[in-house]
Each structure stands twice: as C-alpha cells, then as structure tokens.
Design a protein around this ligand. Structure first.
Ligand code: S3P
Length: 435
C-alpha cells in the first residue's frame, strides 16, 4: 500500500454486489471460544485481518492449534476447558481492544502467568474498566499507570474467582464479555448489568457452546461451566460485518446513481443502529432474505442513492452503532440540515479519539462543517467541499470514512492508509473496482 492513498471523486454511481468480509467481533470470539473446547471447530468466513490475527497469535501462544485451510477458513483444535498453557513470551494484542479485553477475562482465572503488550494506540487505551470488575472477582492484574494501561500482567490466584453482580458504568461489550468469560470459571453465577445493552455476540456464541446464560432487561447472567458442560459446535460460519458494510451503505446512499447489494450481513439487533439512523435520514435500504445462522441473524442489504436529511440521536442507540459514528458523520455532511450526535463520549477512547479526529480531519475537506462537543458532534450538512490531504490517525474506521467522503466529494489524499488492514485489508481495491 502506498504511504499516501489517493481516492479520486467518483463520476458514476457505485453499482453491483460487494462481498463484505466476516464480522470482526464474531471472528475473535470464534477462535477464543473454540480454543478452550475439546473438539475441533471449523470456522468459515473468518475475518483475515490484523485484529483477528492478533487473537490467533495469542491463542497459539497459549497452546491452541490453529490451521488455516485458506485465508478465511480455519480449524481450531482447542486444549479443553482447563487446557490452556502458560505462554513463553509476552502476548501481543497489537491494535486490538477486543483481543486484549476479552483475553483478560479468559486468562484471569487460569493457573499461570501471562503478560500482555500491544501497539501505541492500544497502550494508551483504558484497561481499568476491565481490571476493576475482574479484581472484584478476585483476579490479580497489574499494569502501568495505576493498573489502567498496558503492559499488563495477570498473576494466577490461589482460589477460584468469585461470581459477582457488576453494574457497569459503560455499555461496553468488551467489558461485559471479559466478566462473563471469567464467570465461566467462577464459584457462582456472575451477572453484568449495563446502562444499555451492548452487542451480545458473546452470549449468543457461548449459548451455542452449551453455556447456561440468562438475560433480563439490560442484565445478563452466566453460570459457571460444570464438568463436560462446554461443548463446541463442529462449525461456525461468520456473517459479513455490518460495520464494514456501513461504508457501502453510506456511499450507496450519497453517491448519485448508486445501487449496491451486500450479501450475508450480520443483522443482530444489537448492531443495527446504523440501519435505523440511515433510514431515519431518508436512506433507501432494504433488508432481504433474513434468516438465522448459528444463533446470529443474517440478511442481504440493498441500498440505492437517496436524498438524506439531518437527524439527532444519543446515548440510548450508541452501543448499537458505536463503530459507525465516523461513517454516519460522512452521511451527515451530505444531508440537508444539521445532525446532532450526543452521548458519544466512548469514541474518545477508541483506536484514536474519534470525535476529535472526525472534527479535525473531516474539516480539512469540509471547512466549518463540524462542531466538536465533549460527548458528541454537531454536523452542518451540505458544506462546500474541497480536496485535501488528511490523516487516518492510524485508525481503520477513519481511513475508510475519509475514503468514502473523498470519493463522494472532490477526492482525498489519505496518510496512514494501511490502517485499513485492521478490519478490511481489501477496502481500497474494492472501492477502486466500484469507481
Ligand atoms: C467490540 C465492542 C465494541 C466495539 C469494538 C468491538 C467487541 O467496543 O467498539 O470495535 O467485539 O466486543 P466496546 O464494547 O468497548 O464499546
């Protein structure tokens, strides 16, 4: 990939079918959960991208056998529920918050020491939000800056972890999942209550592994696994990632003359906030062939260009579209009127501070169009657009959003474009094909 990626303005609409890569969240979980099973699991449509490969690397370092049949298909032969082994080296979570936070939960109850490191972005991100509830369960986790940052060390405990009821101050699937995974090994049931329900892939997939899980309202309870109570499915087929589909849902809506079909996309209701917001903005999106596959809802999404108008949304829907704010901000720039986003403070602790990155980098293309607020953005639609050089800030979702913005306006030059390798390595070749 070049050091600076140029994206030219699109002359005609984007038309045709797009194969969207596998879901990142589900790919991570498939390898982790299969890794502690005692029968092999065949995983199809796995996301072959840097983040999920960080999880593969970590699970291999813990003794799990992972064999790729091709880039998107692998066989994971687990070590059994108590079979992970002490890693010989530091575990590298790379850029991946999901790898680190979920593995903290899985490793906190293990009878060996593990040490985690990651890249410069992950090293800045807060881990106290996971460490704190795990410590309440009895886990021993130590890290830099008051145990909040990488590098982190997990020390074995003498007793089993204790089941707790944790009221999480944030709606975060990573925090919830870490606690639930530790809860599998605890001495009593563990409950997590969130302010709003975050993505529930952990709950759905663990249920498929025979784990007893109960949900009421915004609370979920996991029961400790008893002997023989953890049984892997033979096969997991990962649906397409709605967070990656989002770039095409927006491009297809704002580039005149577009008509796109995105097949086999995961439409788990905890992830479909993007469909609700775009539809409210006036987008023409139809959900077709909806069906269930391995506990997850899957459908084809068809989109065609439409005129959009600004909307307001806030904290309540945020967990259902948390990763889509940058691309929704692109849609908002092409909408009539203002879009007001509140309750989005969590974006400040993603791969980069996304509220700040959107405000600074988008405005190089659309000056005077975005007001940055402490917990959100106000976006004034239909500004004058110009061509400019911008930075992805090393953040995959910023890179892809800036590319769609440039393609829909007067073109863009993107620094650090290779950040797309985190979740969508073929993104630039795909948009080149469509333009
Ligand atoms: C993820 C949860 C979200 C999301 C991330 C993936 C997951 O993070 O932003 O890209 O797989 O559980 P939070 O749950 O911390 O908001």
């Amino acid at each position: 990939m070049p050091e600076i990626q140029t994206v030219e303005p699109t002359r005609n609409g984007w038309r045709g079918a797009v194969e969207i890569p596998g879901d990142k969240s589900i790919s991570h979980r498939s390898v982790m959960f299969a890794g502690v099973a005692n029968t092999p699991v065949h995983i199809r449509n796995f996301l072959h991208a840097a983040d999920c490969l960080s999880t593969v690397g970590v699970m291999r370092a813990l003794g799990v056998n992972i064999e790729f049949r091709n880039e998107n298909e692998l066989i994971v032969t687990g070590r059994g529920f108590h079979g992970l082994t002490e890693p010989l080296t530091v575990l590298d979570a790379g850029n991946s918050g999901t790898t680190l936070r979920l593995m903290m939960g899985l490793l906190a109850p293990q009878p060996f020491l593990s040490v985690f490191a990651g890249d410069s972005s992950l090293t800045r991100r807060p881990m106290g939000r996971v460490r704190q509830p795990l410590s309440q369960m009895g886990a021993r986790i130590f890290g830099r800056s008051g145990n909040n940052n990488l590098p982190l060390t997990i020390v074995p405990t003498e007793e089993k972890l204790h089941g707790i009821h944790y009221e999480s101050p944030v709606a975060s699937a990573q925090v919830k999942s870490a606690i639930l995974l530790a809860g599998l090994y605890a001495d009593a049931p563990t409950t997590v209550t969130e302010p709003y329900v975050s993505r529930d892939h952990t709950e759905q997939m663990l249920t498929g592994f025979g784990v007893h899980i109960e949900r009421t309202g915004t609370s979920v309870t996991v029961f400790p696994v008893e002997d023989g109570g953890y049984c892997a499915p033979d096969m997991i087929t990962v649906p397409g990632d709605i967070s990656s589909a989002a770039y095409f849902l927006v491009a297809g809506s704002i580039i005149e003359g577009s008509r796109l079909l995105l097949r086999n996309i995961g439409v788990n209701p905890t992830r479909t906030g993007i469909l609700d917001v775009l539809t409210e903005m006036g987008a023409q999106i139809s959900v077709q062939n909806e069906h269930m596959s391995g506990g997850e809802r899957v459908a084809d999404l068809a989109v065609e260009a439409a005129s959009l108008h600004g909307v307001s949304f806030g904290a309540e829907i945020m967990p259902r579209l948390i990763d889509e704010i940058p691309i929704i901000a692109v849609a908002a720039l092409f909408a009539e009127g203002d879009t007001v986003i509140t309750g989005a403070g969590e974006l400040r602790v993603k791969e980069t501070d996304r509220l700040h990155a959107i405000a600074t980098e988008f405005q190089k293309l659309a000056p005077g169009s975005i007001e940055e607020r402490e917990d959100g953005l106000i976006i004034h639609g239909k500004p004058e657009m110009q061509r400019a050089q911008v930075s992805s800030c090393g953040d995959h979702r910023m890179a892809m959003s800036l590319a769609v913005l440039g393609a829909s306006a007067n073109g863009v030059l993107i620094e650090e474009p290779d950040s797309v390798n985190i979740s969508y390595p073929t993104f630039f070749s795909e948009i080149e094909r469509l333009s």
